[in-house]
Design a protein around this ligand. Structure first.
Ligand code: MG
Length: 242
């Protein structure tokens, strides 16, 4: 009898205190449906296509005029001296897919070989460089956050081959007084390999000296750098995350 009673009390205790699986189910909001492309390098259904290989209509030069880079065979290529180009549209936090190719004819060394760059919000550079058998300072090689973060691996393909960057960028937040409230963060996947894992940016890219944040607009263009080397880009698309 005593055993039955104690078993009963255990049963009552368990049924009264047990949590139900439903209590931790969250049903709202419902994630929107995004249809992936058959080839995952191609834009999914909700992406904004910035360059599909046909023209530079989504880009402008440094003065806001027509971008002067060369478009050929589905790619755009830096024309030395014409300057950086920028998207007409501004962006905050994004997922960016971009493909690039350093020149097959190897010219120069270190920072002078296949140098370009992708500037998020016009000021935070993910380095583009031919880092295939080309030593330079590690925080300036391909897929570095220039002079801030060394990539976790050198995933470079040989010069002349197309390479992919998939970049996840979280824009910084500034308070009403212009003080930094949250750092910018970047994740970079280079040719399918994680090379920057949610690193905090220390401020805008600086060639000389230490970076320091300055308050800026919530949405700013993506900039591609003219570093005097004929680097090419293709298949550029972006998804807004804010
Ligand atoms: Mg660069």
């Amino acid at each position: 009898m005593k055993t039955i009673l104690s078993l009963l009390s255990v049963f009552v205790f368990l049924t009264c205190t047990a949590q139900k699986p439903e209590e931790t189910e969250v049903w709202e909001p419902v994630p929107q449906i995004v249809t992936p492309a058959a080839d995952i390098h191609q834009p999914p259904s909700d992406a904004i296509v910035l360059f599909d290989g046909s023209d530079l209509s989504n880009w402008v030069d440094q003065d806001g005029g027509a971008a002067k880079w060369k478009v050929e065979d589905g790619a755009m290529t830096v024309v030395k001296g014409t300057g950086a180009i920028r998207t007409k549209q501004g962006f905050g936090s994004v997922q960016l897919h971009i493909e690039w190719r350093s020149p097959s004819e190897v010219v120069g060394e270190g920072q002078g070989r296949g140098n370009s760059g992708i500037f998020l919000q016009d000021r935070y550079e993910v380095q583009v460089l031919d880092s295939y058998n080309n030593r330079t300072y590690s925080n300036g090689q391909a897929a570095s956050i220039y002079k801030q973060h060394i990539p976790l691996a050198n995933a470079c393909r040989p010069p002349g081959e197309w390479q992919t960057y998939d970049i996840i960028y979280t824009a910084p937040i500034f308070d009403a007084a212009g003080k930094l409230a949250r750092h910018a963060y970047v994740t970079v996947i280079h040719n399918g390999i994680l090379v920057q894992n949610h690193v905090a940016l220390r401020g805008p890219t600086q060639y000389i000296g230490q970076p320091e944040y300055e308050a800026h607009e919530d949405k700013l263009p993506i900039q591609l750098q003219d570093h005097n080397n004929p680097v090419s880009y293709r298949n550029i698309w972006i998804r807004e995350l804010d």
